[in-house]
Design a binder for this molecule. Structure first.
Ligand code: UN1
Length: 505
């Protein structure tokens, strides 16, 4: 038992809580990992005030020193990698191998950004006038609110928090309550890495209280940028709220990620990719495979091999070597059951589906299925492009399979849901790969690889219902957390006016 997890404002724990809820191990529901004390909206506002007060001094700290702090975070994450990964496995049921990969992702992110502390380049730009020079500088946006889901409780927050801090911003972070114990360990590592009090604040609160706190903080001018990873429905509300305050948030939302398998694809490779993208992390990634779109000539063959590989895949106890473990928590399980309800009503499902129980067993299940939130991997064949299943995200272990005839048709099908996060094509024909990449509206395209598993230094993000076009990771995210300031410096000793030759001044 990790004890009680409480919000942190200005370096101090907030003892009062409007509610105390246990965070349980989804693979062993009887095990309480910790208790979360949820705060009311006023604590969010106080955290934003603390972040505002701490911002000028942090921005004045030389960027290489901020880079040193990020370097410390990376080192402490490395030292604590095994323990933190084990905690991720315990609190959200992510298989240990993947949890280790997730902690590695924050280490890689720190590696990338610690060097940025010695760059954060601006430019020198020639002037149209003599004895005058133009410059650009990256300035921090100010205070950043970060609201994240708990399916990647370490990696995804790091994509916001690490670059935001490096750029001289201060942060209010609202993590998911079902991964709060991991979030607390995450915070402690930052606090022990030299991040000053008030620079990084954490608020545990439910959805409505967070929204109300954010609204008040925006109203009071305390927040300059919002980063949000979560559902498209909540992201839309956050986008509306930010729009009212003339702010552009960084939104990383849902996906219905397509994988196209062409007639010339290496089928075994495609099956492996579909298995990992569809059922790895129990389908609970924003980048998980939603629809396999398969050329008619290989459709039956693909379905057979995919069905077999799925039946053979190890699932169960996430501390063991399994492809996937339980769903994240009871709320996600309830939402997923609802999806399964309409899937069962409208489709013929291949093999078993639903919760794994003694009455609905799974061969080779690792561990005790009755202990946790375990669901069969579900393949739905012959999904029609107008079906709800083709158009909506399920966020669980379900993959729909749909046939196609021409590549243009496959691309149109891949774009049909209106999401545009990740996508993939399996083909041995480079022309098809490039035509697909050009036609698909997704922010990310994989060729002969999974829809999930993006690397930590390439732009990450989506279009359409998957986001507002903002991108995280690598140098591109600097545009989220800095604003360009241009300077023109005249050393001619007289007033020189721009655009004089066209008389537009
Ligand atoms: C998410 O589910 O919000 O590319 C992020 C991937 C991971 C990140 C997923 N690196 O699948």
């Amino acid at each position: 038992m990790a004890g009680e997890v409480l919000s942190v404002v200005g370096g101090e724990r907030v003892a009062e809580a409007v509610r105390r809820t246990p965070s349980t191990n989804p693979a062993r529901l009887s095990e309480v990992v910790g208790t979360v004390g949820s705060a009311g909206p006023e604590v969010f506002v106080q955290a934003a005030e603390a972040a505002r007060s701490a911002q000028a001094a942090w921005a004045a700290t030389p960027a290489p020193q901020r880079g040193q702090v990020i370097s410390n975070v990376g080192r402490l994450m490395t030292l604590n990698k095994d323990r933190l990964a084990a905690l991720v496995t315990r609190e959200i049921g992510k298989p240990l191998g993947e949890a280790l990969g997730e902690v590695q992702e924050i280490i890689d992110t720190c590696d990338f950004f610690l060097g940025e502390g010695r760059r954060l380049y601006g430019q020198t730009v020639p002037s149209e006038m003599p004895d005058k020079q133009l410059f650009t500088f990256r300035r921090p946006v100010g205070t950043v609110a970060v609201i994240t889901a708990g399916n990647f409780p370490v990696a995804v927050p790091s994509w916001y928090i690490v670059p935001a801090l490096l750029c001289g911003n201060t942060v209010v972070w609202k993590p998911a309550d079902y991964s709060a114990v991991v979030s607390d360990a995450f915070y402690e590592i930052f606090a022990h890495s030299g991040v000053p009090a008030g620079v990084f604040n954490v608020v545990y609160a439910d959805g409505p209280d967070t929204f109300s706190g954010l609204e008040q903080a925006l109203e009071a001018g305390l927040i300059n940028k919002v980063g949000f990873t979560g559902s498209s429905a909540v992201g839309t509300r956050i986008g509306e709220l930010c729009g009212r305050h003339l702010q552009t948030p960084c939104l990383e939302l849902g996906g219905k990620n397509p994988m196209v398998i062409t007639e010339d694809a290496e089928l075994d490779l495609a099956v492996e990719g579909a298995l990992f993208s569809g059922f790895g992390t129990a389908g609970q990634r924003c980048t998980s495979l939603g629809s396999a779109i398969v050329h008619r000539s290989v459709y039956d063959e693909f379905l057979d091999r995919f069905g077999q590989a799925t039946a053979d895949a190890a699932m169960g106890d996430p501390t063991q070597d399994v492809l996937f473990g339980p769903l994240l928590d009871e709320k996600f399980a309830a939402g997923f059951e609802k999806s399964l309800g309409w899937i069962a009503a409208h489709h013929r499902v291949i093999g078993r589906t639903g919760r794994v129980t003694a009455d609905n067993p799974r061969a080779g299940f690792v561990g005790d299925p009755a202990a946790g939130l375990f669901y069969h991997p579900t393949i739905v064949a012959g999904v029609h492009p107008d079906d709800e299943l083709f158009l909506n995200e399920t966020f669980g272990p379900v993959v729909g399979v749909t046939p196609y005839s021409t590549l243009d048709e496959a691309i149109a099908l891949g774009n049909k849901s209106g999401y545009g996060l990740s996508s993939s094509i399996y083909t041995t024909d480079p022309n098809k790969a490039f035509r697909f990449a050009q036609g698909i509206s997704a922010g990310m395209v994989s060729v002969n690889n999974s829809t999930s598993g993006a690397e930590a230094h390439l732009p990450f993000g989506g279009n359409g219902k998957s986001g507002n076009g903002s991108r995280q990771s690598g140098i591109w995210v600097l545009d989220q957390f800095t604003r360009w300031q241009s300077m023109n410096w005249d050393y001619s000793g007289k007033l020189q006016k721009a655009q004089m030759d066209t008389q537009t001044v």
